[in-house]
Design a protein around this ligand. Sequence first.
Ligand code: ZN
Length: 149
Amino acid sequence: MSSPELASLYQQVILEASKQKHGFGLHPEELPSSHQLNPTCGDEITLQLVTDPAGGTVQKLAWEGAGCSISMASASLLTDLTAGLPVAELPGRIALFRELMQSKGAGVEDDEPLGDAAALEGVSRYIARVKCAMLAWVALEGALLEAKA
Ligand code: ZN
């Protein structure tokens, strides 16, 4: 996972996602949501979880925020990853992404369940930036807790 070609491909995925910001724009209605702040970098996000009426499937994530390209790319990639997923699968994906971010560049055995978000693997080498990448995922954890309450 350290070839220069792969590294530059990953950089491209991150750059594009940080520009595209899939899911950007909050809904006016009350939805399970969470606001998270990363004071060390100044990243901020508010994220809403939109499910089907029964609450079993993610329709989409909606979020607004501002911050560095890693935090914005991560929110966009998380939005892409979770659309259409069973809500019950979210904690496992979040745990796997956290494991990847805590791997200090070593990666995880199987990053397939993370889709394009696995492109953020390189961030795990920079401890100061891990919080940037985790921000949206922690916000999703918060929204999940609210959805259960
Ligand atoms: Zn940041």
